[in-house]
Design a protein around this ligand. Structure first.
Ligand code: NAD
Length: 502
């Protein structure tokens, strides 16, 4: 692979039923670099026909794929994991070119490969049912069977990471998949389509489309032959998908949505560690992560010290070309996101908070690029828009608190509940606070993006529904069927049928 990748080597087509094609109506959309603003390539925009064709292929492939043993399915997943690992550098470059993600922050290919490795073997146990002899005269059992063709709709911030996290368990469960990538970051998904092809998956098992929310995403959400849809993205789109599912075929809906994650730093915490890690939590992908600790609450007695360390570290972020290895801050993903964050900078400027650092849009050394200065405000009232809404940029509010009760009220006063963290050396307090926080994840003495592969990931409240993680995700793709057998006793008599045999 050359560096940078020559654009004529970039895959831009749809992958349907085991082969690549352009859109049926030859429709395309451009991908521009958020750093140079130059066009990189035109990518195929899946039409309704293309989407229907992908779903039909997934439906046709389901019986034979689900009939394979876990090992036989797992062999394809294992092969894909290896190919993704080998393509790490190319995937990192594609993401840097198209979404501004610095090479230094790229972990997604390794992560997703380990997901596929795990799911290659996990369905032996994950899809087992249970048996019961509790009802006299009966042997009862459950069958766990694939729910049907599954749609996966991914966002632009970690598109490759979501591949393994979502498609891995669906394929392991015996489901077939139609995945739609984000229109802002389709290149790595199209590259993985070529790896799916190389891994030799049977035609129709794993279909990969590029396109916008409409028509492709909305067609999947309302499609009568899709039986489950797994979506990561904004709460607004999650709501639309839920409505489309409800008004079509009541497909199962798994939603991983937005966040406004609080980090709480008590007076007895290791302040240097807390400040360093919370900088990492907001600096990761320029604040464009659902788990970014975008609200930090620091006990008033250690506030000055924390702020000093935090600002010193955050000022060390190195802005630049995302393709250079030393860069730790790239541009925001596109003009739309840049303008959106700029709107929050404007709102903060006229708000009551105190600007501690940054506060403006900026540009790269090339005089271009959708850069935002890393921005910190303090003393922001809880009802201000930047304290309530997901900014999705390098922007954090750091507020003081006095008591545990006060900080818990503030931390929980949000419609989001995806991730929260608490720094303290008092174990009882840590566990008390963890119990009280309305959040799908609570990190103690660590913060985002730390998460555990074998712990469920998902949100409280409007941060989503459903859980993903080793030991959890596969459940979302399986139906559970009760099967019971009336067994004759030694005299040859069977329990006569009863509506409620107990
Ligand atoms: P988005 O909602 O704009 O888009 C996500 C995906 O949904 C894209 O592929 C888009 O094309 C598609 N889409 C749009 N409209 C659709 C429709 N009507 N039907 C079906 N699909 C449709 O989100 P985004 O801007 O790509 O991502 C940012 C958001 O994602 C943030 O809110 C962030 O917090 C959230 N996010 C959540 C997690 C998590 O795990 N909870 C992880 C990453 C990002």
């Amino acid at each position: 692979m050359s560096f940078p990748i020559s654009t004529d080597k970039i895959e831009t087509r749809l992958y349907i039923n085991g082969s690549f094609s352009k859109a049926s109506d030859n429709s395309k959309f451009p991908i521009h670099s958020p750093y140079t603003h130059d066009k990189i390539v035109d990518v195929s925009e899946a039409s309704v026909d293309d989407t229907d064709r992908a779903v039909a292929a997934a439906k046709a492939a389901l019986p034979s794929w689900s009939a394979l043993s876990p090992d036989a399915r797992g062999a394809y997943l294992k092969k894909l994991a290896g190919l993704i690992r080998d393509s790490n550098d190319e995937l990192a470059q594609l993401e840097a070119m198209s979404s501004g993600r610095p090479l230094s922050m790229y972990f997604d290919a390794q992560y997703t490969a380990s997901q596929f490795d795990h799911w290659a073997v996990a369905s032996w146990e994950g899809s087992q049912g249970r048996s019961s002899l509790n009802t006299p005269g009966f042997v009862s059992m459950t069958f766990r069977q694939p729910i049907g063709p599954v749609a996966i709709v991914t966002p632009w911030n970690f598109p490759v990471a979501f591949f393994g996290q979502k498609a891995g368990p669906a394929l392991a469960a015996g489901c077939t998949v139609v995945l739609k990538s984000s229109e802002k970051a389709p290149l790595t998904s199209a590259k993985i389509a070529s790896l799916v092809h190389e891994a030799g998956f049977p035609a129709g098992v794993f279909n990969i489309l590029s396109g916008h929310g409409s028509p492709c995403g909305s067609t999947l959400a309302s499609h009568p032959d899709i039986r489950a849809i797994n979506f990561t993205g904004s709460t607004a789109t999650g709501r639309k998908i839920q409505i489309a599912a409800a008004t079509s075929n009541l497909k199962r809906v798994i939603l991983e949505l937005g966040g406004k994650s609080p980090a709480i730093v008590f007076e007895d915490a290791d302040i240097d560690k807390a400040a360093g890690e919370t900088v990492g939590g907001i600096a990761l992908v320029m604040g464009q992560a659902c788990v970014s600790n975008s609200r930090i609450y620091v006990h008033e007695s250690v506030f000055e010290k924390f702020m000093h360390v935090f600002l010193t570290i955050y000022k060390g972020v190195k802005k630049g070309d995302p393709l250079l290895p030393e860069t730790s801050q790239g541009p925001q993903v596109d003009r739309l996101q840049y303008e959106r964050v700029k709107g929050y900078l404007d709102a903060a400027r006229v708000g009551q908070g105190k600007l501690e650092m940054g506060g403006h849009v900026t540009e790269g050394e090339n005089g271009k690029g959708y850069f935002i200065e890393p921005t910190v405000y303090s003393g922001v009232p809880e009802d201000e828009v930047t304290q309530k809404e997901e900014v999705f940029g390098p922007f954090v509010n750091i507020n003081k608190f006095k008591t545990e009760e006060e900080v818990l009220t503030k931390a929980n006063d949000s419609e989001y509940g995806l991730y929260a963290s608490v720094y303290t050396n008092d174990l009882s307090r840590a566990l008390r606070v963890a119990k009280a926080l309305e959040s799908g994840q609570v990190a103690i003495n660590c913060t985002s993006p730390t998460s555990m592969a074998d712990m469920p990931f998902g949100g409280y409240k409007q941060s989503g529904q459903g859980r993903e993680g080793y030991g959890y995700s596969i459940d979302e793709y399986l139906e559970t069927k009760s099967v019971f057998i009336a067994v004759k006793d030694a005299s040859g008599t069977a329990v006569s049928g009863s509506v409620l045999a107990r």
